[in-house]
Design a protein around this ligand. Structure first.
Ligand SMILES: [Mn+2]
Length: 310
């Protein structure tokens, strides 16, 4: 796969890299890390990272604004995105060839060339692996690319805590920190929270409901989020917060938005992306997301998670 991908990269003059909507550090890290690698390896090519800017991730990189014509005859690469529906900026379909690089289960095998590795901790880890494989063939890694890929790996592994972290993940991270970037600065940006969000976290810790079977949930209504002046995207950042509770097996965050209730699912072992799929979503076996449209449906989600945890 890497061979085919590099061949295509070498063939095309214009390369446009996309990632998923509601981006996280791995989406940005893999997308922009790859763009940095390609820009420094092929200074004559036009390489762009596109999509909607996410203000909370502006410390990673600002995205490029390009016009529709740029897609004519271009190679498009999509990073970290399991299904076409979730690709940010629908113009991805307007290129000449499409490549998918991802570490989620390959439920929607879109694209002309696909490289999917579900054993990778993150898509950023895959991009670093691509560089390692291709460094004798002309690929170059800059300090900025290293910073972006390191951030992506840290983000998707929950600071090397999740079971998706392998010896390879640690080895790659160990290599990446030899590049010149400030880890302290990066960690500060990644994990700093506004005081109101810390208080919302306090609310979550006070009010989650934990059943005897180890399934927990918390409902964050629009009114509550308004009270704490928290955006749904900020509330989503707190989803890991229940993971340290003794006896917890799986947990659900319900975060109400204007037109839907976002469901964030996490598990310590039981596969919960099957539940996500039933409710308009998907994701990893132990970390998934879904969407529902009423609080009645929330009960159905809780019931479904109970069933997979039995
Ligand atoms: Mn990812």
């Amino acid at each position: 796969m890497k061979e085919q991908i590099l061949e295509l990269i070498e063939q095309y003059e214009t390369i446009i890299v996309h990632r998923h909507v509601r981006p996280d550090p791995d989406a940005y890290g893999s997308q922009c890390g790859l763009v940095e690698i390609l820009k420094s390896s092929y200074p004559d090519k036009k390489v762009f990272a596109v999509g909607q800017d996410e203000p909370t991730l502006a410390y990673m990189r600002l995205l490029d604004q390009i016009d529709d014509e740029t897609y004519q005859g271009a190679l498009v690469i999509v990073c970290d995105t399991a299904n076409e529906e979730r690709i940010c900026d629908k113009r991805y379909a307007n290129g000449d060839k499409l490549i998918k690089i991802d570490h989620h289960p390959n439920e929607d095998p879109y694209g002309d060339v696909l490289w999917v590795d579900t054993t990778a901790s993150s898509c950023s880890e895959m991009i670093y692996e691509f560089y390692l494989w291709g460094k004798d063939k002309g690929l170059k890694l800059t300090d900025e690319a290293a910073r972006l890929l390191f951030a992506g790996i840290v983000g998707d592994t929950g600071r090397f805590l999740y079971p998706s972290t392998t010896d390879k993940t640690f080895a790659y991270a160990g290599e990446l920190i030899h590049y010149d970037f400030s880890r302290t600065e990066l960690f500060d940006k990644m994990y700093e929270l506004d005081p109101n969000i810390v208080k919302l976290n306090g609310y979550i810790l006070q009010h989650f409901e934990l059943q005897e079977n180890g399934v927990a949930h918390i409902k964050l209504t629009k009114e509550l989020l308004a009270e704490y002046k928290a955006k749904p995207s900020e509330a989503s950042l707190l989803v890991g917060t229940l993971g340290d509770i003794k006896g917890i097996k799986a947990w659900i965050f319900f975060i109400e938005e204007n037109d839907q209730i976002r469901v964030r699912l996490r598990s310590k072992g039981s596969v919960i992306n099957v539940v996500a799929r039933k409710f308009n979503g998907g994701g990893h076996p132990l970390a998934a997301g879904a969407s529902i449209y009423s609080w009645d449906e929330a009960e159905a989600v809780i019931k479904a998670v109970n069933e997979v945890c039995e």
